[in-house]
Design a protein around this ligand. Structure first.
Ligand code: MG
Length: 185
């Protein structure tokens, strides 16, 4: 697998899942943030749909590249392998840095403006695993989660928005005036 640069969606999902796990993040942790956020608007959503959404999002190629690169930057920073001054800037999780938020926004924008605003909400309020990562990746702690907290928050925002899309689709189909249309795409 060493020389390959193309991977199937199943392979990308497994590599993302395993690397996140290595950094202490489970699919359930991410799904819980999505569930908590979307549950405010749609009380009937299920945790199962949130988990499925996180799994699906983790299999996309763009997401694969961002997750893998982000975790690699955090790891290199922990090992002191980056050069000054970017080593110290990432290590300090400098508030004015913002490249980690760009990665997060890029993930969230997969689900449009709503995805981005959902990411903003998670970024500000830091629910569940996002707060844990943020707290454990700062100061004298040996862990660096400068990129991971934003990536995880954005994955949750994307999953939450996907669940909202599914709910909208279901609502449309429940309308008594709804008539199924057959078309091939
Ligand atoms: Mg960050």
């Amino acid at each position: 697998m060493k020389d390959r640069i193309y991977f199937s969606r199943e392979e990308m999902f497994i590599m993302n899942r395993d690397l996140l796990l290595e950094r202490g993040v489970t699919i359930n942790d991410i799904a819980e943030v999505a569930y908590r956020q979307q549950g405010k608007y749609n009380p009937n959503i299920s945790m199962r749909t949130c988990v499925e959404s996180v799994e699906k999002i983790l299999s996309y190629r763009d997401i694969f590249h961002i997750v893998q690169l982000s975790i690699e930057i955090d790891r290199l920073c922990e090992e002191g392998k980056l050069r000054s001054p970017i080593q110290e800037i990432i290590r300090a999780d400098l508030g004015m840095f913002g490249i980690d938020e760009i990665f997060g926004l890029n993930i969230a924008s997969m689900y449009g403006v709503i995805g981005q605003t959902n990411f903003g909400d998670i970024d500000v309020n830091k629910p569940g695993i996002v707060k844990e990562l943020n707290d454990h990746g700062k100061g004298d702690n040996e862990m660096c989660h400068t990129f991971l907290d934003d990536v995880v928050g954005a994955l949750a925002a994307a999953a939450s928005t996907r669940v909202a899309q599914i709910t909208s689709e279901e609502t449309a189909k429940k309308d008594p005036h709804f008539e199924p249309i057959r078309f091939d795409i």
